[in-house]
Design a protein around this ligand. Structure first.
Ligand code: ADP
Ligand code: MG
Length: 332
């Protein structure tokens, strides 16, 4: 059995936790509210898998992405990248790279792009002064950019080209896992498809594994093998992408999909489902989705559902999988 590319085990992340001060202990000041960004999240990605992570804004996607990339320590639990601790083991920092949303913000405007791309591989000894120019030219070809453009500055490129430069910079360290956080969200639709194709080509050519964070369900269904649905810091369902549109189990996933009636249709904006996402400062008891769930019954309000395997590669956390709601209970 090969090592998992990513193994997240029982990870929780809270922001704003403080040690009680003297003033707090004396009741003179109240502690600041704590944000429960992730709550007991477990996720495994096998080498070569392309896994999508979806959820509404504020559901904890970027926090999970940063933890998966070793950029942030969890409050509890563990993250391992190819068998090594994502935070403590410095050797993982070459195995995983993160690609962000805004291709503009990620590049230093005063640095020539060949310098931006060549910097890290020089530092890590993947190339030397004599070889760095050819190394960068090779990376440009790999991401579909004309190597002749490598001596230009970031402002001389389009948004899509700048994202290709960011991808080249990430690939410069020969990572095995890419965490893409809304990496196509800021791009024009036509360019989005090109970047998605590039990610898929790179996966084939370089044996890459992906954690692909996106609120674009269409893109996720198109490129991913498996989809993980996050709600209020908890994974509520994970399932093969081919079953996503037709075979979703969790009422939240079904509500997301119902808001997008035709997944095949281009440019359907993300439509919010009914009701507000509750505050991660005071997450609801029981199932996190129960205040918005049309099928919620009494048990959902008090008992947190656990993830259950309902089909191969398909897990869901919903009490209805234990049987239909008792008749006598209200659905109010
Ligand atoms: P998403 O990427 O799904 O929009 P995030 O992971 O960015 O969600 O955020 C999850 C929750 O954690 C949000 O309520 C957000 O406000 C909060 N959060 C994220 N980062 C921080 C931080 N550094 N400090 C405090 N709260 C944060
Ligand atoms: Mg985010």
């Amino acid at each position: 059995m090969s090592t998992d590319a990513l193994r997240i085990e029982n990870v929780s992340k809270r922001f704003g936790e403080q040690r009680p001060t003297l003033a707090m202990r004396m009741g003179l000041s109240a502690p600041k509210p704590v944000v429960h960004a992730l709550e007991n999240v477990s996720l495994t990605i096998r080498p070569g898998e392309f896994v999508g992570l979806v959820g509404e804004s504020g559901s904890g996607k970027s926090t999970l992405g940063r933890i998966a990339a070793g950029l942030m320590a969890p409050s509890e639990g563990h993250a391992q990248i190819f068998g090594r601790d994502a935070v403590r083991d410095k050797a993982v920092h070459r195995d995983v790279q993160m690609i962000f949303q805004d291709p503009q913000a990620s590049l230093n405007p005063r640095l020539r792009v060949d310098q931006a791309v060549g910097e890290a591989p020089l530092v890590h000894g993947l190339t030397d002064r004599a070889g760095v120019d050819a190394y960068v030219a090779g990376l440009f070809r790999m991401v579909g950019l004309d190597p002749a453009m490598r001596t230009r500055f970031p402002h001389q490129f389009s948004g899509g080209q700048r994202q290709r430069i960011n991808i080249a910079r990430a690939l410069a360290l020969k990572p095995r896992l890419l965490v893409c956080d809304e990496s196509i969200a800021a791009l024009d639709v036509s360019i989005q498809a090109q970047i998605l194709n590039l990610f898929m080509d790179l996966r084939r050519d370089l044996d890459l594994t992906y954690l692909f964070i996106s609120h674009d369900l269409r893109a996720v269904q198109h490129v991913c093998d498996r989809v993980v649905i996050l709600y209020l810091g908890r994974i509520v369902e994970e399932l093969p992408a081919r079953d996503f549109a037709g075979g979703a189990n969790h009422p939240y996933t079904r509500a997301l999909l119902a808001a997008l009636p035709d997944l095949g249709q281009r440019r359907k904006p993300w439509v919010a489902i009914e009701g507000e996402i509750p505050s991660p400062i005071a997450p609801p008891a029981g199932c996190p989705f129960h205040p918005r769930c049309p099928l919620a019954f009494d048990r959902c309000r008090v008992e947190r559902p656990t993830m259950q395997t309902i089909a191969p590669d398909h897990r869901s956390a919903c009490h209805l999988n234990d049987g239909p709601a008792p008749k006598k209970e209200s659905h109010a």
